[in-house]
Design a protein around this ligand. Structure first.
Ligand code: KG4
Ligand code: ZN
Length: 350
C-alpha cells in the first residue's frame, strides 16, 4: 500500500467496487455521502452446476464476459457516468487466482485510464464490513464470525484493519461442509442453500450428529468429519426423501450448534457484547435463530448484512475500498492477486 496523498479531498468519493474472487461477478458504486448507489451481480451457479462444483478456468472466462456489461448497468442504475468515478476497489485475494486476476487487471487498468486511485481489497474484510452498509451498523469493537465457502473465522475486531483471529477452521469451512454434504446427499451444487431448505422438512431428534471440537477449550473448528458422519448415516438409512431431510436437519443443527458454542466462548472471553455474522452461511435461517437466542442469553446484539450481501457481492468491496482509499491507501500501478492472504496481515486505517 502506498499513500496517494489525497485523503483530505476524498471524503465524498464515488468508488467503484469489483468482486470476482470465485463464482459471482459483482459490481457496485458507493458514494461517501450518499451511500450505496447501485449494485449488480451475475451468479455463475447454472454454469458450474453441470460439473458439480466451481471450474476455475470457466469462472475466469465468464468474469471476463460479464464485467463490462455489469459495470454499464451499475452506472445506469446509479445515474452517474464513468468519469465521475473517484477510485476503484477490486478484490485482490483470497480466492481463485485466475478469477481474481480478471477483476484486478480490469479494475487497476480502469483506474489508470480514469486517472484515479485504486486499491486491492481483502475479500474477507469485505464480508466483515458488509453489515456497515445496513441502517443500524455495529460500532467497534466487536467479535466477527465469518462463515463462507472458503473460510470459517472468529475475529476480534477493534477497528478496520485491527483484526485478531480467535479461531478458524482446521479443515473444511462451514460453507464447504454444507456443499460437500449436500453433494453426497445428491442435492447438487451449490448445496448450502438447498440443504438448508431441505432441513426445514426434517424431523427434529431423528439423528444426532457430533459437535466437533466443542469438548475441549479453544475456538478453532473442524467440520470435515461431519460429512463422513452424514455419509455413513445416509448409507445406513432407508434413503427415502424423509431420511434425506432428517439428515439435512441433523447436519445443519450440528454446524449451527458448533458455531454458536464457539461464538458464546468468544464473546465471553473477549467481554464484547456485539457479534457480527457475515459470509454466505450467515444467510442460514437456523443459524440466525440460534444466534438470536445466544444474543438474548448473553445480552449481546447480533448484526448481519442484508441476505443478498451475505453471499459474494460488489457492494462490500466498494465499501471496504472506500474506507481504504479515504485513508490514502491506494496501490501503485503494478498489480497482482493474493490467493492466500491472512486477514491479520492488513494494515489499520491510520
Ligand atoms: O461468502 P460466499 O458467497 O462465498 C465465499 O466467499 O466462499 O459463501 C458461499 C457459501 C457456499 O458454501 C454456500 O453453500 C453457503 O455459503 N451458503 C449457505 C447458505 N447460503 C449460502 N450455507 C448454508 N445455508 C444457507 N442458507
Ligand atoms: Zn465470499
Amino acid at each position: 500500500m502506498c499513500p496517494v496523498g489525497q485523503a483530505e479531498t476524498m471524503r465524498a468519493m464515488l468508488i467503484l467496487g469489483i468482486e470476482t474472487s470465485c463464482d459471482e461477478t459483482g459490481i457496485a458504486l458507493y458514494h461517501g455521502e450518499r451511500g450505496l448507489l447501485s449494485h449488480t451481480l451475475f451468479s455463475q451457479v447454472a454454469m458450474h452446476s453441470e460439473f458439480g462444483g466451481v471450474v476455475p478456468e470457466l469462472a475466469s472466462r465468464d468474469h471476463v464476459h460479464r464485467l463490462l456489461p455489469l459495470l454499464g448497468e451499475a452506472l445506469e442504475q446509479a445515474g452517474v457516468s464513468r468519469r465521475e468515478i473517484d477510485g476503484v476497489a477490486y478484490t485482490s485475494g483470497p480466492g481463485l487466482i485466475g478469477a481474481l486476476l480478471v477483476g484486478v487487471s480490469m479494475g487497476r487498468s480502469l483506474a489508470w485510464a480514469l486517472g484515479v486511485p485504486a486499491v486491492g481489497v481483502h475479500h474477507m474484510e469485505g464480508h466483515l464490513l458488509a453489515p456497515m452498509l445496513e441502517e443500524d451498523p455495529p460500532d467497534f469493537p466487536f467479535v466477527a464470525l465469518l462463515v463462507s465457502g472458503g473460510h470459517t473465522l472468529l475475529v476480534a475486531v477493534q477497528g478496520v484493519g485491527r483484526y485478531t483471529i480467535l479461531g478458524e477452521s482446521l479443515d473444511d469451512a462451514a460453507g464447504e461442509a454444507f456443499d460437500k454434504t449436500a453433494k453426497m446427499l445428491g442435492l447438487g451444487y451449490p448445496g448450502g442453500p438447498v440443504l438448508a431448505k431441505l432441513a426445514g422438512e426434517g424431523r427434529p431428534g431423528r439423528y444426532r450428529f457430533p459437535r466437533p471440537m466443542t469438548d475441549r477449550p479453544g475456538l478453532d473448528f473442524s467440520f470435515s468429519g461431519l460429512k463422513t458422519f452424514a455419509l455413513t448415516t445416509w448409507q445406513q438409512s432407508d434413503q427415502s426423501a424423509q431420511a434425506q431431510a432428517d439428515i439435512a436437519l441433523a447436519f445443519q443443527e450440528a454446524v449451527v450448534d458448533t458455531l454458536a458454542i464457539k461464538c458464546k466462548r468468544a464473546l465471553q472471553q473477549s467481554g464484547l457484547k456485539r457479534l457480527v455474522v457475515a459470509g454466505g452461511v450467515s444467510a442460514n435461517k437456523g443459524l440466525r435463530e440460534r444466534l438470536a437466542l445466544l444474543g438474548e442469553e448473553l445480552g449481546a446484539k447480533v448484526y448481519y448484512p442484508r441476505p443478498e450481501f451475505c453471499t459474494d457481492n460488489g457492494a462490500m468491496i466498494a465499501y471496504a475500498g472506500y474506507l481504504r482509499l479515504k485513508a490514502g491507501q491506494g496501490v501503485p500501478l503494478a498489480f497482482g492477486a493474493t490467493p492466500r492472504w491472512p486477514i491479520e496481515a492488513l494494515p489499520p486505517l491510520d
